[in-house]
Each structure stands twice: as structure tokens, then as C-alpha cells.
Write a protein that binds this ligand. Structure first.
Ligand code: ADP
Length: 852
């Protein structure tokens, strides 16, 4: 087998026959014949940084005179040389100690003159040799070296290692494009372990240092093992390279494919005439963006999205999404603005013309306009919060303010909004995503400075979908709302010029952080006279107009209106009143349209004819003074209410039961009222033991409405005292107030609504905690004048006002009397028999609070 030679393989085609001849010559050089000690003596050829292995053919370059002399001598004698690698390649004139002691005996071919004056020759490695001694140093070195006789035997372990080497080598050849396949075939045919190791090492070309290490390693098996690890490393690297390469390749393939398909599609589209349309559409969009007055950020974004759009084909599903996004940017108002009319007189006129009463709210608006006049560039907009029962004109006043200022008016109801995304929108990654309701409403407004009414802010919900209140905070906070972020739009939107007004029925459920930022303006309920006025001046004309009756002489008599108010509506505002007036107007309109005779004056009789039987009765008129029933005046978010409290006593075991959807605070105030009564038992001529023998049931009717709060304490206590003493409660006395265990009366909230409710319900007297008297200032004078208002500090005062002076009702006292008499007998028996048991029972009964 010919030696595997890299050099000739690469050059054969170039030099052809010449090269072939040169290698033939090499083969003809005989090995030096060793003496009896296995030692040969040859000229030494120092190699700077070249390592030649046995069986390897390689070119070398000869510059040094001494080297040239050594080769010439060898060729003269038809002899081999000993090649020894220098320890340091930089040394020009090496001594024996500069050379590694192990080298290769090699044959040197014909010298060829190179253009630069140096010479080159082909060499062929023959055998590993180890220098024994240098026999000559000048003009070239000569040495005696022992031929290293490698074992050629292949035992089982060596065989296995050789196979591994071959396997790994095969893999490397497969992976490495620059390794020729013959290399593997050649290796496959090498039977000597050492040779195989040397051959593989020369092929995979490690560093000079590694090669040297190999050369120095004399044991073939050790060399083989080293080759295994070298090959494994190489194979790993090659595999990785291969992976990277093929991945890169597949990327290139795919993008090429896509490019190709796209080009094809373009060609088809242009054949169909569609491509032009699409380009036209894109151009139109661009032109629209240029023509619209957008802030730089929005414009940039819109153009960028159009650019993306133009890369797509019209059929792509993303086109719709992108287009509607661009449309949103274009449709939102960014700079369009209405001029504010800051004429205070004009505003006052409009507000007065469109609304009756509501002095506080009107005043606040006029102040706002006045301040804007003085400080036109005032940045911060106040956030007003109109609070009051439904139908008290909150929304319609908002509309009037917008009219007065000349701003656009938009509304957004927050009732039941539970999801932050409703305020702030969904990200575009969602299918069917849209901006939040704030921006949707802004689009409707069409200007950046509308009057924006946020209705029912107290009905905002919170759940797992995020907290809409937090998003609203960003909307309302002047510090943040100049850059409101909507998830869909993704571009900050300036809300700072918007005048926000929120409305609520009740401040209690408004998130405190929101409430903090708002200025609350109360919208009280109306009393009957106010309702009459509003109806005559606003509701009737509007309803006539809406039902096509304007210009007719139709009028409502005050008594007809009063009838509607009292018997067909029960409300703090005027919404139902307007609805009922509307119903009457429609009936008249129908009669008119049918050409029938129709009335021009609406009287109480006509009201009953058109609206049917009354819906509400004046409850008080029907009621009479009763034992165990007291009237509370209560507050609800729909205005004030009157609320009867009933107490019933039954023979039992001292249990207390409260029914009628009563909250825990109200239950506790019932317990407190009972404790007060027990502590005063003697004053009411009641025996303590009585409380262990009766069950008390407190009921607060209209059970479907949840009720809570401490303010019914006074009423419950009054009803209890009445039930235990048999004295009647006056039916036309309403009361409110919290009671302490010692019978002191504490102030409560919602006085205005409560007093109005008492007035509406036709009560004569209202008992109020003394410290609440200051709140009466908000109550219309007429109501104050027509009601007897009694300030109280102690429960005794309440009883004095509320309980009838008539003698106690015997019927009611019968049960109590019997129980107390029984008790008398029992007691005398027990006194003589088991005093101790009695005491224990008594202690127990005081500890066990009757449950509710
Ligand atoms: P809210 O928003 O407080 O629930 P609205 O603003 O919807 O109530 O009012 C209901 C109706 O009552 C509207 O038609 C409104 O014009 C009318 N209204 C309420 N208060 C007044 C008032 N003070 N003057 C004139 N109209 C009023």
C-alpha cells in the first residue's frame, strides 16, 4: 500500500506526471541498515515547526546551509536522514539540546530550486527513531539513533480501540467536507495500530504541540487511545457545526420559498388587476394620515402600521385588524377643540332657564367659569361629583353646563363595569379587540375637550378581571390623564382638557381613592312644591313637545299634579313624575290623532281616568296609633323612606328574633335597645324575671330591601318600650337616632333625605338627635315649617314625644301580668326550698344573650 500523502493528492492534477515521478523516486531511497544494537547513523535534519510521521509524505522547505549540506550528503550516499523537530522554531542554528530527542528517519527526494533562492523537496517518513548520540556537529549534525521497533501485534483490546477509531473517523469524514472519503478507505486498510494512529492524526491535523506529543508517544495503544479522544472531540464540534449549518440553510430555504411565492402572488394579483387597487388603498391611507392633524407620535405609529400593511397581501387575515387600528387613530379627536364660552352671565342664564333650584351646583359651575375667565390657561380641570337620588337632575344639569360652556356633551355609564379592559381596552393580540369605553366615548365626542359625564360611579364593580377603579383613577387624575394609556391604542392619549363630571346615588360605595379626587355636590330630593314647580315649568312643556302637543292649550291643574305626585309616584326625584305626565300626554295625543274630543285641562279625575287606580296610598292616613309599632325615618340611595318597626311579645324563653333582611349593625342596635330596656325595667314597672319568660320578635317589613345601620336604634327601643308597657306609639311621629346602652341618643346621617321623606309621607313630628339639628339647614324651609322637629339627647325625651298619653292597653298587658304573677308564686316557693339553684339560674340567664 502506498503511503497516504496529502500533498500529492492536492497537486496531482497540476503537476501530473512530474509529481508522480518525484514520489516514485522517494520510494527508491532505501532505509538505513541498523547495526547489531538496532542503531542507525545518519545526517540530522532539524525541522522548525514541522512534525513528520512515519508513512507520511510531505513537502519541506530548506533554507539553512547546514540542512542543505545534510541532505546533499545523504543523497550522495543514497541514505535516509533523521528529522528532529526543534524545541523552539525561532532558533536558527540549533544545537543538539535544541532538538527533541525522538524523531523520524525519512527519505528526501530531489531538491527543487524555488524562485526565492530556497529549495524544496518531498520527504517520506519511515520509522520512529530515538537519538543515542550526536556524532558530528559541523558542517551539519550527524547522529546515531535507535530505531524504535513498534509492536505490530493486535490483541483484543487494541483491536477494539482500532475499531472505535475507525468508527469515529468515519463519522468525522462524513461530517467534514474537507476530508476526502479515501482517507477513511485508506485507514480501513491499515493493519498496524501505530500506523493507524499516526495516519488519523495527520489527517485531522491537530496543533504542532499535539502532533509532537503523538510523535513522542511510543506505545501504539496509548496513541490509539489519544486518537479516540481527539476524534470524539472533533466529531462533537463537527456535529454542532453541521447543525448550525443546516439550520441556517433551512432558514434561507424558507425565506427564499416565501419570497418566491410572494412574487408569484404579486404577479397573479397584477394579472387580476387587484395589486393596483391595493397599492391605491395604501396610498389613500397614507394621504389620509398626512391630511389629518395628528400628534407626531400618533402619526409615526399610523405610518408605521401602514408600512406593515403594505407588506401584506390584501387577503391576509391581519389586514382587517391593522386597518381598523389605523382607522381608530385617524378617527379619534387629537387636536379638534371647541372654544369655551366663558361668559358668566350667559351661563347663569342658561342654567337658570333649564333647571329649577339646585343652587349649590349652579353656583359651583359659575365659579368655575369665573375662574377660567381670570386664568384662561388654567390646566387643571376640577372633577365634580353630583350625588343624589335618581331623577334629581344630575344628568340634565350636566347637559346644561355643556350647553352653557359650548362644549360637546358625552355620557358613559359605569354601572356594572367590572373589567378593567372595559375602561382601558384589550390588547390588539385579542381577537376582536377594541379600545376601552373612554376612548370610544372620546371618538363619539369628536373633540378633545368635551364635558364627559361618568354616570353611576358608585356602581363600579371589582373582580378578578382587574380593578376598573384603578384605571378610572388614571382617567380622572390630572397628574396622569394627559397621557392616558389604552391597551388597544398603545399611544398615550391626552384627556387633560376634558371636563369630567361624575354622578352617584351614594358616596359610600365610591372607591375612596376616587372620591378623594372629586368635589362632591349634593343633589337633594325635591319636596312636593318643588316638584310642582319643576313639572309646570319644565316637565309638562317638554312632554307636550315630545308628544306633538306643543302649541295646544293643554294645562295641568295643581291638584292634578299633586295627585300624580302623591298617588302615582313615590320618589325623591322627578323621573317617574315626568313619565306619568308623558303617559297622560300620549293618551291625549292619541285622542287628538284619532280626531276624538280631547280635554285641554288635566284635572285629578282625568288623572285617575288616564293612569288607572292610584299606585301608592298615603299609608299614614290609614294607620292608627298602635302598641309595639313605631315609625323610623330611614335613608336609602333612592332618597328617604319611612319604615315601620314592629315588636311582638310571646310567652317563651327570653329569645330575641329580628326579621326583615336586617344587617348586623341593625341587629346589634336592637340588642342595645333591649339591654337599655332591661336596665330600666324597674322604671317601667317590669320584673327582671319577665325577660326570661317572653320571646321578643322584632320585624321590619318590606323584607326584600336589605336594611342596615344604627339609626333605627331609637325606633326599635320605642317600639320595645311600647310593647312592654302597653302604651301606644303616635302614628304621625317619625324618628331616627342611634341609642347607647345608657339611653343617650347619638347623631346619624342622611338627615335631609329623612326629613324630606317624613314630609312626603305626611308625618307631623320628627324626632332627631340634637346634634343633627345643624343638618336642617339643607332642608327646604317649607318642609321645616310644616314639620314639628324635636331635638333629643335622651331616650326618655323620645318616649315623651312618641308615646301616647292614653292609658295602657289592657289587652296587651294581659300576658305580661300573668307571667309576672306566676313568677311571684314561683319565687316564694323557691325561696323556701332551693335558693342556691335559683341564683345559679339567674346568673346563667344574664350570661346567655338571647340570639337573633
Ligand atoms: P338623574 O341624572 O339625577 O338621575 P336626570 O338628570 O335624568 O336625573 O333627571 C330626570 C328628569 O328630571 C330630566 O328630564 C330632568 O330634566 C328633570 N329634572 C330634574 N331636576 C330638574 C330641575 N331642577 N329642573 C328641571 N328639570 C329637572
Amino acid at each position: 500500500m502506498r503511503d497516504f500523502d496529502w500533498y500529492s493528492r492536492g497537486q496531482e492534477e497540476e503537476f501530473g506526471e512530474a509529481l508522480h515521478q518525484r514520489t516514485e523516486e522517494l520510494y527508491r531511497v532505501p532505509d538505513s541498515i541498523p547495526d547489531e544494537n538496532g542503531v542507525i547513523e545518519c545526517p540530522v535534519l532539524p525541522l522548525r515547526d514541522l512534525v513528520v510521521f512515519p508513512h507520511m509524505i510531505s513537502p519541506i522547505f530548506i533554507e539553512r546551509e547546514s540542512s542543505l549540506a545534510a541532505i546533499e550528503e545523504a543523497q550522495l550516499l543514497d541514505q535516509t536522514v533523521i528529522a528532529l523537530t526543534q524545541r523552539d522554531p525561532e532558533v536558527d542554528d540549533p544545537n543538539p539540546e535544541d532538538l527533541w530527542p525522538i524523531g523520524v528517519e525519512m527519505a528526501v527526494g530531489r531538491l527543487l530550486e524555488m524562485p526565492d533562492g530556497s529549495s524544496s523537496a518531498l520527504v517520506q517518513g519511515r520509522r520512529r527513531v530515538q537519538v543515542v548520540e550526536f556524532t558530528q556537529l559541523h558542517p551539519f549534525m550527524k547522529a546515531r539513533a535507535r530505531v524504535i521497533d513498534e509492536s505490530r501485534e493486535v490483541d483484543r483490546q487494541t483491536d477494539a480501540t482500532m475499531r472505535t477509531v475507525l468508527e469515529l473517523f468515519k463519522k468525522c469524514v462524513e461530517l467534514n467536507r474537507s476530508l476526502p472519503e479515501e482517507a477513511y478507505l485508506y485507514a480501513l486498510n491499515i493493519a498496524e495500530p501505530g500506523w493507524l494512529a499516526d495516519m488519523v492524526v495527520t489527517t485531522i491535523a491537530p496543533s504542532v504541540k499535539e502532533r509532537l506529543e503523538f510523535l513522542m508517544t511510543v506505545d501504539p495503544l496509548v496513541r490509539l487511545n489519544k486518537v479516540v479522544s481527539l476524534l470524539a472531540r472533533e466529531a462533537d464540534v463537527l456535529e454542532l457545526e453541521d447543525k448550525i449549518h443546516s439550520r441556517a440553510q433551512s432558514e434561507v430555504d424558507r425565506s427564499q420559498r416565501e419570497y418566491y411565492l410572494r412574487e408569484q402572488m404579486k404577479a397573479i394579483q397584477s394579472e387580476l388587476g387587484e395589486g393596483d387597487l391595493w397599492t391605491q388603498e395604501i396610498e389613500d391611507l397614507k394621504a389620509r394620515i398626512e391630511a389629518t392633524d395628528l400628534p407626531p407620535e400618533a402619526r409615526e405609529r399610523a405610518l408605521k402600521e401602514v408600512e406593515r400593511l403594505s407588506q401584506m397581501t390584501p387577503m391576509s387575515p391581519e389586514v382587517g385588524i391593522l386597518r381598523s387600528y389605523i382607522d381608530w387613530i385617524l378617527d379619534l379627536p387629537w387636536t379638534q377643540q371647541t372654544e369655551d364660552n366663558l361668559d358668566v352671565k350667559h351661563a347663569a342664564e342658561i342654567l337658570e332657564r333649564e333647571h329649577y333650584g339646585l343652587p349649590k351646583a349652579k353656583e359651583r359651575i359659575l365659579e368655575y367659569i369665573a375662574v377660567r375667565n381670570l386664568k384662561p390657561k388654567r390646566m387643571r380641570q376640577p372633577i365634580l361629583c353630583f350625588v343624589g337620588p335618581p331623577g334629581t337632575g344630575k344628568t340634565s344639569l350636566g347637559q346644561s353646563i355643556a350647553n352653557a360652556l359650548g362644549r360637546k356633551f358625552v355620557r358613559l355609564s359605569l354601572g356594572g363595569v367590572r373589567d378593567e379592559a372595559e375602561i382601558r381596552g384589550h390588547r390588539r393580540t385579542y381577537i376582536g379587540a377594541l379600545p376601552g369605553r373612554i376612548l370610544q366615548t372620546m371618538k363619539r365626542a369628536g373633540t378633545v375637550n368635551p364635558l364627559f359625564m361618568l354616570d353611576e360611579i358608585d356602581k363600579l364593580g371589582t373582580d378578578f378581571r382587574g380593578d376598573p377603579a384603578a384605571a378610572l383613577l388614571e382617567v380622572l387624575d390630572p397628574e396622569q390623564n394627559y397621557a392616558f394609556s389604552d391597551h388597544y391604542l398603545e399611544i398615550p392619549y391626552d384627556l387633560s382638557k376634558v371636563l369630567f363630571i361624575t354622578t352617584a346615588n351614594y358616596t359610600g360605595t365610591i372607591p375612596p381613592a376616587l372620591l378623594d379626587r372629586m368635589e362632591v355636590i349634593e343633589f337633594p330630593g325635591y319636596i312636593e312644591e318643588e316638584k310642582l314647580e319643576i313639572a309646570q315649568r319644565f316637565l309638562i312643556p317638554r312632554q307636550l313637545e315630545e308628544n306633538g302637543l306643543e302649541g295646544t292649550q293643554i294645562r295641568f291643574t295643581p291638584s292634578a299634579l299633586t295627585k300624580i305626585i302623591r298617588e302615582y309616584t313615590y320618589e325623591a326625584g322627578v323621573r317617574n313624575l315626568e313619565r306619568e305626565i308623558g303617559r297622560i300626554c300620549r293618551k291625549i295625543a292619541r285622542a287628538k290623532a284619532e280626531g276624538k274630543r280631547h280635554p285641554t285641562l288635566v284635572t285629578p279625575n282625568l288623572v285617575e281616568k288616564y293612569l288607572g287606580p292610584p299606585q301608592f296610598y298615603n299609608l299614614e292616613a290609614e294607620r292608627k296609633n298602635e302598641v309595639g309599632v313605631a315609625t323610623a325615618v330611614a335613608w336609602t340611595e333612592y332618597g328617604g323612606e319611612i319604615m315601620p318597626v314592629e315588636v311582638l311579645l310571646m310567652e317563651g324563653k327570653g329569645n330575641l328574633q329580628i326579621t326583615g333582611q336586617v344587617g348586623s349593625v341593625m341587629q346589634e342596635s336592637a340588642q342595645a335597645a333591649l339591654s337599655y330596656l332591661r336596665s330600666r325595667a324597674e322604671d317601667f314597672n317590669l320584673k327582671m324575671s319577665l325577660f326570661e319568660k317572653v320571646d321578643i320578635h322584632i320585624h321590619i317589613p318590606e323584607g326584600s330591601v336589605p336594611k342596615d345601620g344604627p339609626s333605627a336604634g331609637v325606633t326599635i327601643c320605642t317600639a320595645l318600650v311600647s310593647a312592654f308597657t302597653g302604651r301606644e306609639v303616635l302614628k304621625d311621629v317619625g324618628m331616627t337616632g342611634e341609642i347607647t346602652l345608657r339611653g343617650r341618643i347619638l347623631p346619624v346621617g342622611g338627615i335631609r333625605e329623612k326629613v324630606l321623606a317624613a314630609h312626603r309621607a305626611g308625618l307631623k313630628t320628627v324626632v332627631l338627635p340634637k346634634r343633627n339639628m345643624k343638618d336642617l339647614i339643607d332642608v327646604p324651609k317649607k318642609a321645616r315649617d310644616e314639620l314639628k322637629i324635636v331635638p333629643v339627647e335622651e331616650m326618655d325625651q323620645v318616649l315623651q314625644v312618641a308615646l301616647s298619653t292614653a292609658p295602657p292597653k289592657r289587652k296587651h298587658l294581659r300576658l305580661l301580668k300573668r307571667l309576672m304573677e306566676e313568677d311571684q308564686e314561683e319565687k316564694s316557693e323557691e325561696e323556701t326550698t332551693a335558693r342556691r339553684t335559683y341564683t345559679r339560674r339567674k346568673v346563667q340567664s344574664t350570661v346567655t344573650q338571647p340570639g337573633a
